[in-house]
Design a protein around this ligand. Structure first.
Ligand code: NDP
Length: 389
């Protein structure tokens, strides 16, 4: 039996992963499941999958979780330290599917214990890519991509020599507002931004898809994970969300990964890696699909992509500042403090301010520096939000 843990088990990615686990429950020994406020889901899954421990990141949710798991034999814990403690438990495979920078610590801890880490939490790579991958190398641990585009690139690279790679192309659906007149974007509401044309995902990543902050994060993720230069990475708008990424080689060949928009594919690939096993995802009927379309992204519609290029060039702690400012701006949009287009203004203001005064470049990417930068960027983003409001 393979011992596994799922961090962020109650979320969209976590639930897709547990769907795969449940279908073959006898093959897995579930060690830790973690969540946040959705303690009922966490308790149901921990009970059904006979997890060793269930952890909520919120101390105030501890008693509810404890009551729900009374008599189950599942240990219960709460708080961020408990999350990291759960990551020290020996497993063969762990999924990092917490949303936001909060996913960094459990991921780092799991890697310190040599765990194979399937990484959906893109914020870890954006904020602290060199730290995370350095930790994996130092402890002989493997990091597997779960973001669908990066899983696609990873799969296209099997058996290939990185020296032969000329470019990496990741695709974007274009999000909820791909057909809106650019002038109308300033009026976009939370409800409108929270619906995705192709993918069924958590609310935060769905809004990030509408603003293209999600793709901006993925550009940075691509640079960090595959070690390619920013100039080699391209984005194409691909409305059908069937081609997830393409890798271009020095003989002119393009290897494309094509599959249905179902996260269980990328999660399942990481779960079974290095083998490829049958997965319960739809099989594509390309004749029925008929045609696939590709467009260059419009810079005026998606200014977040320009910001990602800036972050990749500036490097250092820019990613940590970018991610924290983006998370705070997104909180502000969700809370109705700022408008849709203000999110990009806030992140730009934070990067401008911190690049000039707080020294983001040529600084060691240590955990302390990343956490300090994250804290400061959230404060600066709050200031920028107040100035807009
Ligand atoms: P969701 O919002 O659906 O789920 C997030 C999970 O993290 C939940 O289990 C939530 O608990 C938990 N959580 C929330 N806040 C905290 C915190 N502060 N500390 C610890 N746990 C917390 O997110 P998604 O599943 O959509 O995304 C998860 C990650 O995967 C993100 O980094 C996202 O960018 C990435 N990703 C997602 C994809 C998707 O299809 N959804 C595709 C590719 C990548 P609870 O809900 O109980 O409060």
């Amino acid at each position: 039996m393979r011992r596994i843990s799922v961090f962020g088990a109650t979320g969209s990615v976590g639930q897709s992963a547990l769907d795969l686990v449940r279908r073959d429950a006898g093959a897995y020994d579930v060690v830790a499941l973690t969540g946040g406020r959705n303690v009922r889901q966490l308790a149901d899954d921990a009970w059904a999958l006979k997890a060793d421990i269930a952890v909520t990141c919120y101390p105030e949710c501890h008693d509810d979780l404890k009551a729900l798991l009374d008599g189950s034999g599942v240990d219960v814990a709460a708080g961020t330290e408990a999350l990291s403690e759960a990551a020290t438990r020996p497993v063969d495979w762990a999924l990092s599917a917490i949303v936001g920078a909060a996913g960094l610590m459990p991921g780092l801890t799991a890697l310190e214990h040599g765990t194979t880490l399937a990484l959906a939490n893109k914020e870890s790579l954006v904020t602290a890519g060199p730290l995370l991958l350095g930790k994996a190398k130092a402890h002989g641990a493997t990091v597997l991509p779960v973001d669908s585009e990066h899983s696609a690139v990873f799969q296209a690279l099997v058996g290939e020599d990185m020296a032969a790679v000329e470019r990496v192309i990741i695709t974007a659906s274009g999000g909820a507002f791909r057909d809106w007149p650019v002038e109308k974007l300033a009026t976009a509401t939370l409800e409108q931004a929270s619906s995705h044309p192709n993918w069924d995902m958590g609310q935060r990543i769905t809004i990030d898809s509408a603003s293209m902050f999600n793709k901006a994060m993925e550009l940075i993720e691509t640079k960090e994970f595959f070690g390619v230069s920013p100039a080699m990475i391209e984005v194409l708008v691909h409305r059908e969300s069937l081609v997830h990424a393409l890798v271009g080689f020095n003989d002119g060949a393009l290897m494309a990964h094509v599959g249905p928009p179902d996260m269980r594919h990328a999660i399942g690939y990481a779960l079974h890696w290095p083998e490829r096993k049958e997965l319960p995802v739809d099989r594509l009927d390309l004749a029925a699909v008929g045609s696939l379309t590709f467009e260059s992204p419009d810079d005026a519609r998606y200014p977040a992509l320009r910001l990602a290029r800036r972050v990749m060039e500036e490097s250092g702690l820019s990613g940590a500042a970018f991610n924290a400012a983006k998370e705070r701006a997104l909180d502000g949009f969700i809370a109705g403090e700022i408008g849709f287009l203000d999110m990009c203004r806030v992140v730009t203001a934070v990067l401008d301010k911190m690049s000039s005064s707080d020294g983001l470049q040529n600084v060691e990417i240590s955990l302390d520096n990343v956490l300090d930068t994250d804290r400061l960027a959230r404060i600066r983003a709050g200031e920028a939000i107040s100035q807009l409001g």
